[in-house]
Design a protein around this ligand. Sequence first.
Ligand code: GLU
Length: 381
Amino acid sequence: MSANALAPYRRLTIKIGSALLVDKAGKLRGQWLADLASDIAAIKSAGSDVVIVSSGAIALGRGLLGLSAVTLTLEQSQAAASAGQIALSQAWAEALGRHQIVTGQILITPNITEERRYYLNARTTIQTLLGLGAIPIINENDSVATAEIRYGDNDRLSARVATMIEADCLVLLSDVDGLYTAPPAKDPDAEHLPVVKAITAGIEAMAGGAASHLSRGGMTTKVEAGKIATLAGTAMIIAKGTEAHPLRSLTEGGRHTLFLPAQSRAQARKRWIMGTLAVAGTIQVDAGAARALLTGKSLLPIGVTKVTGDFERGDAIAVVNPDGVEIARALVGLDSDEARLVMGKRSDAVIELLGTGNRAALVHRDNMVLVGAKEDANELS
Ligand code: GLU
């Protein structure tokens, strides 16, 4: 087999496990990282965007701070993460810097991927970095996250990041080369699965719990990550990363498990807008704007006649026609005060009122679902 597993994808989120980056003595595997950086540079120069989710802060910080206990207290882990994150970022900056690639560090807590205001900002920062040719390096903000509000494993964190930036594939590099019918360490008859079409209860049962010396997530959190990714229309690959050049080997037919997306990203996004979010307000439009929306146009302030409710940018709102009938559900581009300020105004006046940094559309068509599509969306959820 020599198929290039990464060929179909243009935007990759690559999660690197701690056990790949840091050896058992707590030292960075510098040559391994240097080789990986050259794989990443090759993928990037072939035209794909790459976002890295890197573990390893706690593992590096342990060594730096001389914390040798097998199990660290929460406070010790947070201190280790704090010291280790500096070393981790520096290692990435140096490794990718050798390929003239600039890195940007983003530390994330669950509220950032779950609350829309933060989510939109984090997404914009990542997209801006990518647009500038840089590679975002992401980790959980372990040194401030409390036990209740942390992911705790970078498998699920990386799946959230991948769906947030609409990556078409999430690659989990760890110490296993994919999913087996049973944990291979315990069952010699376990068979490797090259493709998982849907994450069924049977697949979840196969995940068992393959933990390694450093990683927090075993196969269970990887399959959880697979659910998050595939339901949002992002494919996921699990591959072994311990040897040199694991990404290059994926492009040369290396063994892995591919989890196929459950639906397209556009379908997933519509389902999310229609089915998951509570409506925070209503925008009434005139007949002309209602017609324009139905032909797939964005919603401009000039067509708005009334704004009801108190909402933030990024909240879900209902768009109603002059008779008060809902015609679309959307993520709004302005908050309710701004919307009231600009309603009925032409786009040039809107730009003058809000400053050039703000877009003239109140709702971009990519963030809108026409209510005719509602039935389908509900059926899916
Ligand atoms: N965020 C943790 C770290 O950087 C790792 C979590 C994980 O390995 O899943 O040490």
